[in-house]
Structures are given as C-alpha cells and as structure tokens.
Design a protein. Structure first.
Length: 491
C-alpha cells in the first residue's frame, strides 16, 4: 500500500490484496492449451492483476482519492467511481477523472480497466426509461429487469466488483444465419428461478482477471428470442470455461528493457458457457430482441471511456514525441516540428471532442447526465482513423533508436558497456537514458502488446463502418437541411 495513505472511515472499497484474493475462486482457465489452477499462476495475467490491484490501493491515497472514489449519497459510504451514475455535469466529469486515471495508469494498454466493465450496467441504468416496459418473453420466468439492473449496480458499487463485458460472439461464417451458429449464446432451459444458457462470448477482454462477466448479444436481424439474453454472472459460475489467447507482454522483464511490457496485460478470453445458470435477479433482458435496439445507448459511458482513453494516449504520444526531439536534438528541424505538430493536432482535436461532448451533455428522462453521443461517436471515428498514422509519425521521429536497443545487460556488461556508453549518448543524455525512452516507445508502438492494442482500438467498441452508420442513422440533420432550404431558396 502507498505510504501516502489516507484514512477513509466508512467505505465500500477493496484494497489491492482484497481484490487479488477475490480472484482466487476456482475459475476454470486455460492458457496455451493448459489448465491454469489460479489466475496468479500465469505470469502475464498475474502482472496485469498486480497493476489492477495497485489501482485499488490508489483509492486510499491522497493523490488519487478524488479521481477514483466518490461519496455514495444513499449509503453515506465512500465508494469506487467505477459504479457512479452521474446526475450532474460535475459528477460526469468526476467519472471522466476516473477514466483518465485508469488510462494513465495502464498507459492505455488496458481497454477494460476496473472502471470499464461497470459502464455497461450503468449505461442500462441510465436508460431505464427505455427499458421499463419490457417483459420476459418466457412466461415461466418473469424477472423484473428494472429492479435487477438497479440492484446489480448497487451490488457492484457496494462490493467493488470488477467485470468483463462481452457483447460480441465468436467469429463464424457471417454469411450464414446467426441463429444457426453453435456459438450463439442462448437460453437452453427456463425455470421459475432463472435460466440455463449455453454458447460463447468473445472477445472477453480481461475476463480471467475480473470477478464477473456482463454479457449480451448484439442486435442482428433474425436473432431468436432465446438469444435475446442480457445478464451478469460470476466468472467462476459452474459451466464457464475461459480460454485465453496467447500472452503478449513481458512479465518479469527488467523495467529498463520493457517499461510497459513488464507490467503484464489485460488478456482476451473466449468465454464458453455450458448450461450456466443465470439466477432470475441477474437477468436484464429475456427474449426481447427490441431491447437490443437500445444497446447503442447502453454503451454510452463505455464509449465515453474509449474516447477519453484515446485522448489520454494522445497526451502520451505528444510527450514521447517532444522528449524524442529533446534527446535527439531534432527539435529545430522544420520537418520534425511539422511531425510534432501533427501529434499535437491529434491530441487537441480529441480533447475538443470530449469537451464538446460534455458541454452538450443533458439530463435524460432517467435523470442521468449523458454526454453528447454524436460528439463521442464522431470523436471515436476521428481517433481510430488517425491512430495508425500518429503511431507511424511517432515511430518515424525516433529513427533508428526504436530498433537499435541493446538492453540493460548490454550496458552493464564490462566488455561492451563502456563502448555503448561512449558511442551512444544523445543530446544532454546518456546512451542508457536515450534507450530507456526508446524502449518505452517500442513497448507503446511496436511490441506484440502494442500490436494487440492497435487492433483493439480499431474494433473494440464496434468497427468504423458501424459507427458511420450510427452517425447517418442518429445525427439529426433537420435543422441544417431547413437552413439550407432557406438560404438556397430550395423550398
Ligand atoms: C483485442 C480485442 C479486444 C476486444 N474486446 C472486446 C470485449 O471486451 N468485449 C466485446 O464485446 N468485444 C470485444 N472485442 C470485439 C469487437 O467488439 C469486435 O471485434 C467487433 O465488434 C467486430 O466484430 P468481429 O470481430 O466479430 O468482426 P466480424 O463480424 O467477423 O467482421 C470482420 C470485419 O468485417 C467488417 N464488417 C463486418 N460486418 C460489417 C457490417 N455489417 N458493416 C460493415 N462492416 C462490417 C468489419 O470491418 C469487421 O471488422 C474485442 C476485439 C479485439 C480485436
């Protein structure tokens, strides 16, 4: 625990140790085809869990208490911001502080830090006015969706729960009807007290490193009633198997060699459900395919998170680019200044989107302060379209330094270390100092981990074509068209 600990008398927070202990629950996990007894037995997952645990400990520090915690008005307890439902602009910006905090803490390598999963339940809670008239399509089991969502958010808040969220199904033949896919998660048996579900969810980022999974199926024409199921269950529920992708980070590496990679990763899992019981009070939709139509709205806070993370990352890119010009002495070269300007432009534009989304925020019918979804969607599109270019520009500014890295052991080797020290200094810095910056930028932009993160950024919250479709379908053009008709006398 951090030495700057502050005493919080009444709280519902977990410490890092408590969080780690909560993951030791008999979950069924496979990595590289082998069963892993405990998540902490896999080094890359364990390092990622340690990073998450440090976020729990940070809640108790003066430096991060405001960004990560909030007083719950109902209980009078200090709770984590992850489950906060903002009712004012101040509270909404408080949530953004938490998003910025987790994004900085992981340098954006975690798209699903502890405050992301809860945004799905919070997003539904924020749209209960659209949800309240839905009833279960199965007479045998009649959950109260509204009450269940409210209770789940309360449960998450009071128990400092972390959760994965998976809306996507595994990749199959997209030209064949969805209903035929064996992978489609669906209800197999309905009972009075709940339902049994089978199928799979993918790509359940961070599922092996969290307490719960929030699942739903996205809306596609032809989705059968039994596949219109939304809910949340503990990740150690009977019948859940987590099959992890290969690990991509560098746990155990010297922090000098891999300043980001040594911190591990959030890994993605295929989450297989075989006759998993979902208790009635954990069901948020049962059989209403039309509920899926509000999934775009329910993901509002998740998408606010995505844009905020990309903005924070752009700050890191600016800082890296600036430091590169300093250690290489390239800061006065016009072409290099133009490259730095491009990265600053990217960062300023992303911040502008966030500020605009917040400036246009409105209280909705459920009494929740919602940022402007069109600004967030447009900002996300701009961010992911330009992301590969910005990475490319930053890499170009580094030149050979990004490849000619030798590692701490080489600098400390008595035979070659003195040569490296003599031959490799930068502007006002030693060869080692220069290399450490390049090592960081390598991990951030070139490593296997960076490759996964770049792919993640491109599609994790729906690929660009779907976002464009959303702009066309949802952006209200009527005032612009009316103006044009008036100006151009087109009536
Ligand atoms: C690293 C990583 C982590 C992820 N984490 C999560 C997570 O935690 N939770 C979660 O729910 N999802 C997660 N995703 C999944 C993400 O939501 C999906 O990848 C995304 O929705 C695209 O679906 P798909 O991959 O099944 O693509 P497919 O449906 O197989 O399609 C492949 C490509 O074809 C194009 N395409 C397909 N259909 C259309 C269409 N109708 N219109 C236009 N273009 C189309 C798109 O370019 C798409 O990328 C993650 C993805 C990655 C790569």
């Amino acid at each position: 625990m951090n030495t700057m600990t502050t005493i919080i008398p009444k709280h519902a927070l977990k410490t890092g140790e408590e969080f780690k202990a909560s993951l030791d629950d008999g979950r069924q996990l496979w990595v590289n085809g082998a069963k892993v007894a405990k998540v902490m037995d896999e080094p890359a997952l364990a390092a990622g869990v340690e990073l998450m645990a440090s976020m729990f400990d940070d809640q108790f520090t003066e430096e991060y208490a405001e960004a990560t915690t909030v007083l719950d008005k109902k209980s009078g307890l200090v709770t984590g911001r992850s489950w906060q439902v903002p009712e004012t602009k101040e509270e909404m910006i408080g949530r953004r502080m938490m998003m910025e905090y987790t994004s900085r803490k992981t340098v954006g390598t975690f798209g699903r830090p502890p405050d992301l999963g809860p945004t799905l339940a919070v997003g539904i809670l924020a749209h209960l006015h659209l949800f309240k008239d839905f009833k279960s399509a199965f007479p045998e089991c009649q959950p109260d969706f509204v009450e269940n969502v409210q209770r789940y958010v309360e449960f998450g808040r009071m128990n400092s729960i972390t959760c994965a969220e998976s809306l996507t199904g595994p990749q199959n033949d997209r030209s064949s009807p969805l209903a035929q896919a064996a992978s489609l998660l669906r209800v197999k048996r309905v009972e009075k007290d709940g339902v049994y579900i089978s199928g799979a969810k993918s790509v359940g980022s961070i599922a092996a490193q969290t307490n719960e999974i929030f699942f739903s199926n996205l809306a596609y024409p032809g989705t059968p009633a039994e596949a219109a199921i939304w809910g949340a269950v503990p990740i150690n529920s009977d019948g859940i198997k987590l099959v992890s992708r290969e690990m991509l980070s560098n746990p155990g590496a010297d922090p000098f060699d891999h300043p980001l990679g040594y911190k591990g990763e959030e890994a993605d899992q295929l989450v297989i459900f075989k006759d998993v019981f979902v208790p009635k009070d954990r069901i948020f939709n049962l059989g209403n395919e039309h509920v899926s139509a509000i999934s775009g709205k329910a993901t509002l806070f998740a998408h606010y998170h995505v844009l905020t993370r990309l903005k924070v990352k752009s700050e890191v890119f600016v800082a890296c680019a600036k430091m590169v010009t300093e250690v290489l002495g390239t800061g006065q070269i016009p072409g290099v200044r133009a490259m730095l300007a491009e990265i600053i432009e990217y960062n300023r534009t992303l911040e502008a989107f966030i500020l605009a989304a917040e400036a246009n925020a409105e209280i909705n019918e459920s009494g929740v302060m919602c940022p402007d979804v069109m600004m967030i969607t447009t900002g996300r599109l701009y961010a992911i379209r330009n992301y590969p270019h910005i990475i490319h520009v930053l890499q170009e500014m580094c030149g050979q330094g990004l490849v000619m890295r030798f590692g701490k052991a080489a600098f400390e080797n008595p035979d070659i270390g003195p040569d490296l020290a003599e031959l490799l200094p930068g502007k006002g810095v030693t060869g080692m100092q220069k290399e450490k910056l390049m090592n960081f930028i390598w991990d951030l932009t070139c490593s296997s981990l960076a490759g996964r993160v770049a792919l993640f950024e491109n599609v994790n919250a729906s690929p660009a074509p779907r976002m464009r479709e959303r702009l066309v379908a949802e952006f209200d053009t009527s005032a612009m068209v009316a103006d044009l008709k008036k100006i151009a006398e087109l009536d």
